[in-house]
Ligand binder design. Structure first.
Ligand SMILES: *Cc1c(COP(=O)(O)O)cnc(C)c1O
Length: 849
């Protein structure tokens, strides 16, 4: 493999430099060196983790040239930067990805082997930074990778949670949450930058005064201040010199001790202050969709947004510019409403601290922000009780009132006398107890608003944000999500990657639409055989993993039917279970039934406070217990719940699937990205017309997709007419049998109460229309079984799925954001050596500050 380190501009770096060289012997020496000088260990007593750390530092050294040159270039040249604001970044492990993107995987593997170590074992040592819940956080991570690969100047801003998403264990079939101690052995990928700390105010009150120019001004007198310390992680692009920064903030007390309190003898009070401040970034809220209005969460959001905006302003002023041009320097994207408080914060910084007139500040603010909406579930739209909001952010509440006053004046002119519309549009919900509506703030304060799949963007315009669309249709657009093929194909599925590259070269890794060149190979029998053998080998690997983790032996020749994602009623894992019970019952009735053996695999975490989701996990594991221990089912049906679904596990699971379950109620899943990862790796999808499934089906071809269920419109109409799930139960014998088995305690050792809440919800409410979609799903699954019997046909469909997924690269998505929202361009990075092997430090004339 040719490495970019051998490019001419690197020629002045001596190849044997221990910190940059790529010769096998140099890498071995660097590894030994880092073990000794960073870990402080002799090989005899070093743990596997010590070796992992030594390797991570070896790789980081080889990354720093790119990173520092990138940062310096952005400061020196007047480039426009994308600032991606997200409360979550679900990054996954860094080491493998950095090896791949730097193009040094093979050399490092050889050096590690030559040192008597196993690279896969070292890779397995890395605790993944689980700083997100699911799709939204993972999207932010894919976008950071694509931005770097496309050489777009960008910085990601977020929170350095000390505890990320909890680790999940399954005990007695139930989810148990274990705190995620991802930092316990240190994090070699980050650099703390305490010199770039900023202060963030909280609480207190405001007062007004007249400034020296006779202007009315407001001043915020907070009752606490916390310090934000940035921790920087490089995000390196694929085979380019760009390494952008992910800057995550950690909260700290401004001083280690409050000396005033200390002096009056209140030592513990002083320490309390410190503990209080540090709690701010202690833990990620583990709720995927619905939000709960906890003060600490609002503090987290405001904290990281204020730190980030202050950081951007400092950078802009550092380059000698005036804040008039802030929006030409930064395109700030809001990943959902979590950072939407940024709109009020930028106004505060411009008006109160930099004394801009309101109108100018508002112009700058609107030009700066873009807003991505991620949900259609009304209960997940973020809103904060006025009292809570005002006590934490009194000045921001005033600013929001002022934004709202001016906004509603504008609305009034346009819609004379339409008070109902005014109430609907207001930033303040006054229908009951008063709330600040964060989505409304985001819409008013941004110049661009987008949904994350074609259907989702249409539904936003038609329902969720309809009044805003009528007001400003030009602000709205769609940006269908994508995922990075580097992590989700090359790294996760090296076997398939090698086969594809052997046939069409390797350009597809950065131009995923090139996968189309595989289409003719679908008609080639020997290629199909290779394709099948690869899938078989990956399934074999997953089977070994399943056996090791759960003790369940599964047949790698069975159909791997997989649903991995957060557990949520709208995602309908329990519909999948109804199908399993249906099959189980049919097999019990007719042991000669001719259906291909299936292995049902589930994975996903439930929010700790979401009772129904936790009960669905118990349902899956209970059905698994009965099915897996029934001798009649031997090798025909297996059910597995894989604990602790995360990015690392996703990398094992997506490539091993024959069938991808994307069965949310139509109109509920904004986009989905798991659906894309499966399909890219050659799984066929069984799915509803929801989120990006629609576009996946369009691309793959309807004949290569198993479609079932009501459309979003039919769901809407049925609910408007009045939906009576009981009628479906009464009218469908098979469905009745299945629900009766469950209710009768067949899967709960006779306990008829255990699943009662789930069954009652289905029979009497069924908000996600499982019973309405049941028969269609069962029929469609029957088609899946029939199709799987014809392995040649199935393989053809599998190849075509992979060949036609080019659209779902996050590179495509990022290009669209760049052209249509951010108006930014690539800035290639040239490497300059700062430290040469034969020369020491020379401080530049500008000197040490
Ligand atoms: C891709 C991904 C998700 C999102 O999955 P959906 O099926 O789109 O909900 C969630 N968690 C992890 C770890 C992922 O990799």
């Amino acid at each position: 493999m040719i490495s970019l380190f051998n490019k001419p501009e690197q020629a002045n770096l001596k190849i044997e430099d221990d910190r940059t060289g790529l010769e096998i012997d140099t890498l071995r020496r660097a590894l030994a060196d880092n073990l000794f000088y960073n870990q402080g260990k002799f090989p005899e007593i070093a743990t596997k983790n010590d070796y992992y750390m030594a390797l991570a530092y070896t790789v980081r050294d080889r990354l720093l040239q790119r990173w520092l040159n990138t940062t310096q270039t952005y400061l020196d040249k007047d480039v426009k930067l994308v600032a991606y604001l997200s409360a979550e970044f679900l990054l996954g492990p860094h080491l493998g990805n950095n090896l791949l993107n730097l193009g040094i995987y093979d050399q490092v593997k050889q050096a590690v082997t030559a040192s008597g170590l196993d690279l896969d074992e070292l890779l397995a040592q890395e605790e993944e930074p689980g700083l997100g819940n699911g799709g939204l956080g993972r999207l932010a991570a894919c976008y950071m990778e694509s931005l770097a690969t496309l050489e777009i100047p960008a910085i990601g801003y977020g929170i350095r949670y000390e505890f990320g998403i909890f680790d999940q264990e399954i005990r007695d079939g139930w989810q148990v949450e274990i705190t995620d101690k991802w930092l316990q052995f240190g994090n070699p990928w980050e650099l703390a930058r305490p010199e770039a700390a900023v202060m963030v105010k909280l609480g207190g009150r405001t007062e007004s005064y007249i400034d020296e120019n006779g202007h009315y001004q407001s001043r915020w007198i907070p009752d606490r201040v916390v310090k934000g310390i940035p921790y920087d992680t490089p995000i390196v692009g694929y085979r380019v010199n760009t390494a952008n920064t992910l800057r995550l903030w950690r909260a700290e007390a401004p001083e280690s001790f409050d000396f005033q309190m200390f002096n009056v003898g209140d030592y513990y009070g002083a320490v309390d202050q410190k503990v209080y401040s540090e709690n701010l970034t202690k833990v990620l809220y583990p709720n995927d969709e619905p939000i709960q209005g906890k003060q600490l969460r609002l503090e987290q959001q405001y904290f990281f947004v204020s730190c980030s905006l202050q950081d951007m302003i400092r950078m802009h002023l550092y380059t000698g510019k005036n804040l008039d041009t802030f929006h030409t320097r930064f395109a700030v994207q809001l990943n959902d409403t979590h950072p939407a408080i940024g709109i009020a914060e930028l106004m505060r910084l411009l008006v109160d601290e930099h004394h801009f007139p309101w109108e100018t500040a508002w112009e700058i603010t609107q030009q700066t922000f873009g807003f991505t909406n991620h949900t259609l579930l009304p209960e997940a739209l973020e809103k904060w009780p006025i009292d809570l909001f005002g006590s934490l952010l009194p000045r921001h509440l005033e600013i929001i009132y002022e934004i709202n006053r001016r906004f509603l004046d504008q609305v009034r002119l346009k819609y004379l006398g339409d008070d109902a519309r005014l109430a609907r549009l207001s930033l303040i919900d006054e229908s009951g107890p008063r709330y600040v509506r964060m989505a409304h703030l985001a819409c008013v304060g941004s110049h661009a608003i987008n949904g994350v799949a074609a259907l989702h963007s249409e539904l936003l315009k038609r329902d969720t944000l309809r009044d805003f669309y009528e007001l400003w249709p030009e602000k709205f657009s769609n940006k269908t999500n994508g995922v990075t093929p580097r992590r989700w194909i090359a790294l996760s599925n090296p076997r398939m990657t090698a086969l594809i590259t052997q046939k069409i070269g390797d350009r597809w890794l950065t131009h995923l639409e090139d996968l189309r060149q595989l289409e003719p190979f679908a008609e080639n029998a020997s290629f199909r055989q290779e394709w099948r053998q690869i899938k078989r080998a990956i399934k074999q690997d997953l089977a070994a993993y399943i056996l090791a983790k759960t003790g369940i032996a599964v047949n790698p020749d069975s159909l791997f039917d997989i649903q991995v994602k957060r557990i949520h009623e709208y995602k309908r894992q329990h519909l999948n279970v109804l199908h399993i019970i249906t099959l189980y019952h049919r097999l019990k009735q007719d042991p000669n039934l001719d259906i291909p053996p299936r292995t049902f695999i589930f994975g996903g975490k439930a929010a700790p406070g979401y009772f129904m989701a936790k009960l669905i996990i118990k349902l899956i594991t209970s059905v698994a217990d009965v099915v897996n221990h029934d001798p009649d089912m031997r090798d025909r049906l297996k059910v597995v719940f894989l604990p602790d679904y995360n990015v690392t596990l996703g990398q094992r699971v997506y490539p091993a699937a024959d069938l991808s379950e994307q069965i949310s109620t139509a109109g509920k899943e904004a986009s989905g990205t798991g659906n894309m990862k499966f399909s890219m790796n050659g799984a066929l999808t069984i799915g509803t017309l929801d989120g990006a499934n629609i576009e996946i089906r369009e691309e793959a071809g309807a004949e290569n997709f198993f479609l079932f269920g009501l459309t979003a419109q039919e769901v809407y109409d049925l609910q408007a007419r009045g939906y009576h799930p009981w009628d479906y139960y009464q009218g469908n014998g098979q469905l009745k049998t299945v629900l009766d088995l469950l209710a009768g305690g067949y899967f709960s050792h006779g306990d008829t109460q255990l699943f009662r809440p789930l069954i009652d919800s289905l029979l009497y409410h069924d908000p996600f229309l499982l019973l309405a979609d049941y028969q269609s799903y069962i029929d469609c699954q029957e088609m899946v079984s029939q199709a799987y019997k014809d392995q040649e046909k199935w393989t053809r469909m599998s190849i075509l799925n992979t060949a036609r997924m080019g659209k779902f690269s996050s590179d495509r998505a990022i290009r669209e954001y760049c052209e249509e929202i951010w108006h930014t361009q690539a800035v290639p990075i040239t490497l300059k050596a700062y430290v040469q092997a034969d020369a020491g430090l020379r401080v530049p004339n500008s000197g040490v500050k």
